[in-house]
Design a protein around this ligand. Structure first.
Ligand SMILES: [Zn+2]
Length: 285
């Protein structure tokens, strides 16, 4: 995951709302947007209030807006008559292939964090639009997701780590324990939110857990091949080799939260390095 900084998107949603002029009678949808300008403004204020307190998942729904404005607000997003530029601009600037929501390497869409069907008032609210992969749309109406990368600069720090515990070998297969955990270097509210996001978004709606499991098994079962080790290495040479992999993967995603980075860092644990060294010495005594 990654923080969406102001350089990428700096939109004044309140000024945008204010700029809407009274439309001609024939514009039914725009008329509704105009008519509900103040309600939309209050909804935005509410959204920001809850997001800043790490409580976005508890945001109350505005039933009134859902009833009267749904079709119109969604239509305005799909076919904007006002401030359409930022939406296409945001989309174009984010053709990167890194998902802001789950950290996978296949983003490509601009998605509503709170789904526009359930929360039409945020259909064209910039802070509710997130470049992501399909992890977000898989949620459908489920709004359990906790993290909104517009608000949390913490998203640029390392959020997770992989805890690997090697038990030993059984024939060709290595036996090990494997756990994705949240780092505890943040304030408690953010840690709660991250744990929630990990369980209810990343593990539930992305393929990350399987990806990590398979990749980890591939490396641990045959580290010589997986890490292209061609000769005997000392401990510090092995550590350096893995640190190089961390460095390359981090710069590719421009974030420490790419899952390959987290995996390679997991290998740097002392006991895991010792295990890999043991495998190297078996091959190159
Ligand atoms: Zn994703």
């Amino acid at each position: 995951m990654k923080y969406i900084n102001k350089k990428i998107l700096d939109v004044d949603d309140f000024a945008n709302l204010q700029s809407i002029r009274k439309p001609l009678d024939s514009h039914i949808h725009l008329k509704k947007v105009y008519e509900y300008k103040n309600d939309l403004k209050n909804s935005y204020i509410n959204y920001i209030f809850f997001a800043k307190r790490y409580k976005l998942k508890d945001l109350p729904r505005s039933l009134k807006i859902e009833r009267v404005g749904k079709a119109s607000f969604i239509e305005h997003y799909n076919n904007p008559k006002y401030f359409s530029d930022f939406i296409s601009d945001f989309r174009n600037k984010n053709r990167s292939n890194f998902c802001y929501m789950c950290g996978s390497m296949n983003a490509g869409t601009l998605d509503h964090l709170l789904p526009k069907d359930k929360y039409p008032e945020f259909a064209f609210f910039s802070k509710n639009l997130i470049p992501s992969c399909d992890c977000n749309s898989k949620k459908n109406d489920n709004i359990s997701s906790g993290i909104n990368p517009h608000f949390y600069q913490e998203c640029n720090s390392e959020l997770f780590y992989l805890d690997i515990v090697i038990h030993g070998r059984l024939g060709n297969e290595v036996q090990y324990g494997f756990n994705i955990k949240v780092k505890n270097s943040f304030n408690l509210n953010f840690i709660d939110l991250l744990n929630f996001h990990l369980l209810n978004h990343i593990i539930k709606f992305s393929d990350i857990n399987n990806y990590m499991k398979n990749h980890c098994a591939r490396i641990l079962n045959n580290p010589i091949q997986a890490l292209s080790i061609r000769r005997k290495l000392s401990r510090s040479q092995l550590v350096e080799k893995i640190e190089d992999l961390v460095f390359i993967a981090t710069s590719e995603a421009d974030s420490p939260n790419r899952w390959d980075v987290i995996l390679y860092k997991g290998l740097l644990k002392k006991s895991v390095i010792s295990y890999i060294l043991g495998e190297i010495y078996k091959k190159y005594p």
